[in-house]
Design a binder for this molecule. Structure first.
Ligand code: FES
Ligand code: MG
Length: 570
């Protein structure tokens, strides 16, 4: 084993070595803690303000035990945590900030290998982006989903059933008191959203990339198997350091392709695209929006989970989880990509079984034939837009109709409940100003609710188009991530109520049927519409964030800086 990076701190006989060891010894460490054994950083996104990650201190203890058992030493450190349920204006504004925290915390410290503890949506990509820019041996332990929600004899899912109850309440189908009653029953245990929302999607992505131990993605947060896998991960990272088995040995182009294919089969969140693009950017692996479209084609939807299907993450785990899905897709996947455990995809998954064909359907009877997220092109989205057909209304996937436009979220909030709103059920709803720079932060408002007057008439879905995102738990015929965004002058900025828009998923096109001359005339009158943040992180973000089709990372964060640091602190 070559000398470890941590010995640049601990292996010295001078004043610097004294400082590195002596101050840490105030935690009771014996001399042999610094004898050259692997030093593992446990990068913890624990926070009581991120409820989905509030149990991660407990898992960190398990990781620590595993590290010690394998002859390493572990230091747990906190990084910025991002909770979907609370943070305004949107956690997506802060994903890149958290990634900088992770990157510099790892690089600046005497760490040889990293275990990432993440769960809620943005915590996973933020940690991976930061770790990728350093490229040490790295292993991810996700926190796992909550137990299934149980309400009045039925299973209810995080987010998905809330969106439904909320529209039912607006439509007068349920009462306020019925709505309130479900609040205690939706979130019953530690863990992340129990639907195939973004958090669970990304836990599956992490496993498909090879970055967590096989079979770990779907284990419920409170299942003893989750603690066991944390302990085994602690043992394994020590071996990875000894083998100098780095992120770049695992995150090759083929691993990204595998993750895209698995994501199509599980009906994963649309946010997956943004985050995977950003991670690939840090690894300097070329990946484009079009890769997602062509790799997802002809991949059947096999996982019957909300929001695309019926069941929840607990059911998915009992049915076989990610191993069962990968096993069914072996003919579509790259078999020789490697997992953190050192084995190839085929070695890990060729014997995995499905235990419940209702939840994970066989390839011969998929839920849908071709349900992966589609990439749309056309004069309304020259750099692309996306739609998730598995969560949409089939009849609306090819539809030409009048646009009804909201210039921004404030106008939408002000008008949407107006009983006289001149909107028709056939219209296509358009929301501007929800992009990365314009909001700022690209919030999950793309699944904005329907006009009250139409809800009351029983309308349950309409095409909605925006430059924003939607929650991974959401559903509907929703076109997202329109690029370039309206606030920087993308064609979305020029749409007016009454224009004709055509969505053709068959041709993968999103077209604004307005003449070139008229669009030029409108463009001449258009003014940029960027929010005013004179200082602070939001100022930096608005100036440097890339568009959604590139993954919305800050332009100066793309790529790697590695592990070297040239100068000393003292
Ligand atoms: Fe944290 Fe959904 S709110 S995972
Ligand atoms: Mg979410």
């Amino acid at each position: 084993m070559k000398q470890l990076r941590s010995q640049e701190w601990f292996g010295r006989k001078d004043k610097s070595g004294f400082i590195a060891r002596s101050w840490l010894k105030n935690q009771g460490l014996p001399n042999d803690a610094f004898d050259g054994r692997p030093v593992i950083g446990i990068c913890n996104t624990w926070s009581e303000l991120t409820p989905c990650n509030a149990h991660l201190r407990d898992l960190a203890e398990q990781v620590k035990m595993g590290v010690l058992e394998a002859g390493g030493i572990a230091f747990e450190f906190p990084v910025m945590s991002l909770g979907e349920a609370l943070m305004k204006p949107t956690t997506m504004l802060f994903r890149n900030l958290a990634s900088m925290d992770v990157e510099e915390s790892i690089r600046g410290n005497p760490i040889d290998g990293v275990v990432i503890l993440a769960n809620c949506d943005k915590t996973t990509p933020a940690c991976l982006m930061g770790a990728a820019s350093v490229n040490l041996p790295t292993l991810v332990v996700s926190g796992g989903p909550m137990l299934n929600g149980k309400h009045h004899g039925k299973d209810i899912g995080s987010g998905t059933d809330l969106w439904k109850f909320s529209e039912d309440l607006r439509a007068g189908i349920i009462t306020q008191s019925q709505f309130d009653q479900s609040e205690n029953d939706m979130s019953r245990s530690p863990g992340a959203c129990n639907t195939m929302g973004t958090a669970s999607t990304l836990a599956c992505m992490v496993e498909a990339l090879g970055l967590s131990l096989p079979g770990s993605a779907a284990i419920p947060a409170v299942d003893a198997n989750r603690r066991r896998v944390s302990r085994l991960s602690g043992r394994r990272i020590v071996e990875m350091v000894k083998q100098d088995y780095k992120l770049s040995d695992i995150l090759i182009r083929q691993a990204f392709e595998n993750a895209i294919i698995v994501n199509a089969a599980i009906g994963g969140s649309t946010n997956f695209i943004l985050h995977l693009l950003a991670i690939a950017g840090r690894m300097e692996i070329p990946l484009t929006l079009d890769d997602f479209d062509h790799l997802s084609q002809n991949i059947p939807l096999l996982v019957n989970l909300k929001p695309s299907g019926q069941y929840l993450m607990e059911d998915f785990y009992y049915a076989g989880g990610v191993p069962a899905v990968i096993n069914q897709l072996l003919d579509k996947l790259h078999l020789d990509t490697r997992n953190v455990n050192g084995l190839t995809l085929s070695e890990n998954y060729s014997r995995s079984e499905t235990y419940n064909p209702q939840v994970i359907t066989p390839r011969s009877k998929p839920l849908q034939e071709n349900a992966g997220t589609m990439v749309l092109r056309g004069n309304l989205c020259p750099d692309g837009a996306i739609i998730k057909p598995s969560a949409a209304t089939f009849q609306l996937l090819n539809h030409k109709a009048r646009a009804f436009v909201f210039e921004n979220i404030e106008e939408y909030n002000h008008r949407i409940n107006d009983p006289d709103l001149p909107v028709a059920e056939n219209d296509i709803l358009v929301l501007k100003g929800a992009g990365p720079r314009g909001y700022p932060g690209m919030p999950e408002v793309g699944n904005f609710g329907l006009p009250l007057k139409l809800l009351k008439r029983g309308v349950r879905d309409m095409i909605r188009i925006s430059d924003g995102r939607m929650s991974g738990t959401a559903f509907g015929t929703i076109v997202l991530h329109v690029s370039p965004e309206s606030s920087v002058g993308g064609p979305l900025a020029l749409v007016q109520t009454g224009d004709i828009i055509e969505l053709s998923c068959e041709r993968r096109e999103l077209t604004l049927h307005v003449s070139e001359e008229e669009l030029l005339r409108r463009r001449a009158q258009w003014q940029p519409d960027l929010p005013d943040y004179p200082r602070g992180y939001a100022n930096l973000y608005i100036r440097t964030v890339q568009q959604a089709n590139l993954g919305a990372d800050l332009d100066f964060l793309i790529g790697q800086s590695g592990t070297d640091i040239k100068r000393e602190p003292h």
